[in-house]
Write a protein that binds this ligand. Structure first.
Ligand SMILES: Nc1ncnc2c1ncn2[C@@H]1O[C@H](COP(=O)(O)OP(=O)(O)OP(=O)(O)O)[C@@H](O)[C@H]1O
Length: 244
């Protein structure tokens, strides 16, 4: 059941063609404020295409994508949406704090120093603030990316497979940070192809071959399928050929 109360993103009837592939077909998704929505599906299921559509950088063939009441990608959303890519988006030859101050200025954040300090605290990188970004560990570097996306207090933060390549301890700590960000009222959309990360989310959208296989809370999906893991639920839904 898709509700529009508190919804930050509304995707309706979205269809996207990429090359010879129908990457998304008839997709309806809602992302709510204050919750972590997990976008899960195997490789090629359309996760990145859906994220690109929400960011407003994807040509769409049909349907609509609305973010905070505006068409995706429109000017009023520039400061409202934070995006964390898989690739590092910060400068290796600047310190952590210099990177964040630079991006805060580009964004037009009013109090650059205060906002930099705030995001450093959220991602727990205070001790590394004067370290050159090139010398950070993999986990620290992903935290700088996340910090940059939090500048200006966006109301939606989108993370494309943020835990790829991280060890279990770092993954755990990043998920704690996502929960903290959501608890502050921000809508958090996280894509992953790792089904065991599903339990970390408040809501799940399961994608398969460009279609939404199911969406709801992790508990809903387990109950509905009579399974005890997201992976089994996903496989059960595939077997049953259910549509939402
Ligand atoms: N530029 C492109 N040209 C042609 N087909 C594309 C292009 N980009 C993506 N596709 C196809 O669109 C479909 C969805 O791709 P998408 O990258 O959204 O999947 P994904 O779920 O993010 O996969 P992954 O987990 O591997 O990143 C795939 O079949 C892919 O091959």
């Amino acid at each position: 059941m898709v509700t529009t109360a508190g919804s930050v993103v509304q995707v309706r009837g979205l269809r996207v063609i990429r090359g010879p592939t129908t990457a998304l077909d008839g997709v309806d998704v809602t992302v709510a404020e204050g919750l972590i929505t997990g976008l899960l599906g195997p490789s090629g299921s359309g996760k990145t295409t859906l994220i690109r559509s929400i960011l407003g950088v994807q040509v769409t063939a049909a349907g609509s994508v609305t973010v905070l009441g505006h068409p995706a990608g429109s000017a009023p959303l520039r400061r409202e949406v934070g995006y964390v890519t898989q690739a590092p988006s910060v400068y290796p030859d600047l310190t952590v704090a210099e990177n964040l101050q630079y991006f805060a200025r580009v964004l037009g954040v009013a109090d650059v120093r205060a906002d930099t300090d705030r995001v450093l605290e959220v991602v727990d990188l205070g001790p590394q603030r004067r370290q050159l970004t090139a010398t950070l560990s993999g986990g620290e570097a992903s935290r700088v990316n996340l910090a940059a996306a939090l500048l200006g207090r966006p109301r939606l933060v989108v993370l494309d497979e943020p835990t790829v390549g991280l060890d279990p301890v770092l993954r755990d700590s990043l998920w704690h940070t996502f929960a903290q960000i959501a608890a502050s009222g921000t809508a958090v959309l996280v894509s992953s192809h790792v089904m065991d990360e599903a339990v970390r989310c408040d809501r799940l959208v399961l994608l398969r071959a460009g279609r939404v296989l199911a969406q709801g809370t992790p508990a809903d999906l387990l109950t509905r399928t009579g399974t005890d893991s997201a992976e089994q639920a996903f496989l059960a839904l595939v077997r049953e050929g259910r549509t939402p």
